[in-house]
Design a protein around this ligand. Structure first.
Ligand code: ADP
Ligand code: TYD
Length: 209
């Protein structure tokens, strides 16, 4: 679905599932291919989007309504796309994004509220881009939450929405993998980071073949 010669990969999953670790390990591995690799993240990834991120990830869980969140995440994504992702893909780079539009589909569209139609409408209007391949790191919500909160990052607004919320998210990501079987691969997130990385790599290799 990428326009231009690049390759667009995204990693998704619940908070603490290991996405950031796996994004970094995948970037290191792909760098050996000799192609330019751009490792980025959402919310954020460009200067403007990082400013919007600060509004979203800290503070009281009820700070924003789900509708306002959809607008803020989409605004951040649009800036990220315009300034970083699209130019990199046009140069032929491999872009690895730690979260992209699937997070909005699951967090705002299914877990926080039943707003999937609104998420999709805004996505079509303002983003209109899907990754070529999406790796969903599948983790038990209890284990992931204890990993995530152990970091004590000060960016725990969504973790603070509680265990039921994390369970709804995990279900939402499973449903998403079924909805987009051609693009999404569910990766078992259990075991060491190296074990998970080997599973991620198999899925990427399969896609490249
Ligand atoms: P996410 O980006 O999904 O929130 P991270 O990659 O930041 O997840 O991982 C959350 C925490 O768990 C970090 O402290 C990280 O070092 C640790 N971690 C990541 N992968 C594993 C793993 N396979 N086993 C144990 N701990 C892990
Ligand atoms: P992130 O930094 O990836 O958090 P973590 O490392 O804990 O997984 O993302 C920050 C939070 O923003 C995370 O709880 C998920 C949430 N989020 C949404 O709710 N909607 C979105 O569209 C995105 C991109 C993230």
């Amino acid at each position: 679905m990428t326009t231009g010669p690049g390759l667009f990969l995204s990693l998704e999953g619940i908070d603490g599932s290991g996405k950031s670790t796996q994004s970094r390990l995948l970037a290191e591995r792909l760098q050996h291919s000799g192609r330019e690799v751009v490792l980025t993240r959402e919310p954020g990834g460009s200067a403007g989007a990082e400013e919007i991120r600060a509004l979203l990830v800290a503070g009281d869980p009820g700070r924003w309504s789900p509708e306002t969140e959809i607008l803020l995440f989409t605004a951040a994504r649009r800036d990220h796309l315009e300034r970083k992702i699209d130019p990199a893909l046009a140069r032929g780079a491999i872009v690895i994004s730690d979260r992209f539009a699937d997070s909005t589909r699951v967090y705002q569209g299914a877990a926080r509220a039943d707003l999937r139609k609104t998420v999709d409408a805004l996505h079509d209007l303002m983003i209109g881009r899907e990754p070529d391949l999406t790796l969903i790191i599948d983790m038990d919500p209890d284990a992931a939450l204890s990993r995530g909160l152990a970091r004590d990052s000060g960016e725990d607004r969504f973790e603070d929405m509680g265990q039921d919320f994390q369970t709804r998210l995990a279900k939402g990501f499973h449903a998403l993998a079924e909805e987009y079987p051609d693009r999404c691969r569910l990766i078992d997130g259990r075991g060491s980071a190296e074990e998970v990385a080997a599973r991620v790599w198999r899925a990427v290799e399969q896609h490249l073949q």
